[in-house]
Design a protein around this ligand. Sequence first.
Ligand SMILES: [Zn+2]
Ligand SMILES: [Zn+2]
Length: 364
Amino acid sequence: MRAAVLYEVGKPLAVETVELEPPRRGEVAVRIAATGVCHSDLHYIKGDLTMALPVVLGHEAAGIVDEVGEGVESVRPGDHVVLLFAPSCGRCRYCDSGRPHLCEMRYRIRGRMPDGSTRLRCRGLELNHFTCVSSWAEMAVVPEAGVLLIDKEVPLTIAALLGCAVTTGVGAVVNTARVLPGSSVAVFGTGGVGMNVVQGARVAGAAMIIAVDLLEHRLEAARRFGATHTINAKEEDPVRAVQRLTGGGADYAFEVIGRAAVIRQAVDCLARGGTAVAVGLPPTHEEYAVGGPAFVFNEKSLRACFYGSSRLRADIPRLLDLYHGKRLLLDELVTATFPLEQVNEAVAALDRGDGLRGLLVMPQ
Ligand SMILES: [Zn+2]
Ligand SMILES: [Zn+2]
């Protein structure tokens, strides 16, 4: 099969023929139909975050089950599935306490399948898996715990977005922060994930949704997704602007970039008792500071959000119901599609801030 391989940080990906072993016990082979190009992938390409190379990246995807290994019960060949980049075991203390997105399995895998081996080889080299997904490829072998069966009438391009951007963005609002109806929300960074924070806040009933970005085209789009106000941080100080619009500060602020300076703005623009949520993944060297005594005197909070604090098997079907009910705009998120061979162009477009979400789409 063809796959995009990252051999060296900062270098273009090589699209080449890769050997993929058939699924072993408890594993599923999936023909990838569509896969998103997300900032988390870009971090590893640029070296902002590091992992063992070479690797096949890609963590937001949907496809069609091709083959199942022994013991697989939840899906069959021909089924449509969303791939989950935080597979959960169902047995650890995190799974048992209703937080499967923090399952111990994810902290063990480190570039491998849960059994510690790889299914990917190229030019005699073992390739690493990325989050047990590695979807920038025609096919992927993943653990059964990393696939979720969906209805065949959901377009697979839309289903792919449920693998990361939508689930993370909407989940940050409804699961991590539990935004209350009537509240004020500021969203710093309105790319693929941030735009889902905006529409998540609309679904949650926020009265004021303030989108902050540097790119005018994103601010225009944010209004269609539910922003009531927009701030171009190139033109005005976003902290002062949010405080002015909200009459003293926002109840919630979401940072969807992963920069210390922006985290500080998110905390500073809060009302007393407000909550900031770190959604963007920071580069390795970035450390967050929240301020001095005022942080305590004003009883502010900063919390992190991983994968929308989601219970994926319960949340993804709900998100699809919201999409079918036209409450979530998902078709509008896909602003460009590329064939796998153009993965480097897709990555460059993401890096430039073009559009909202770019997808690699494989002919089926
Ligand atoms: Zn992502
Ligand atoms: Zn678990």
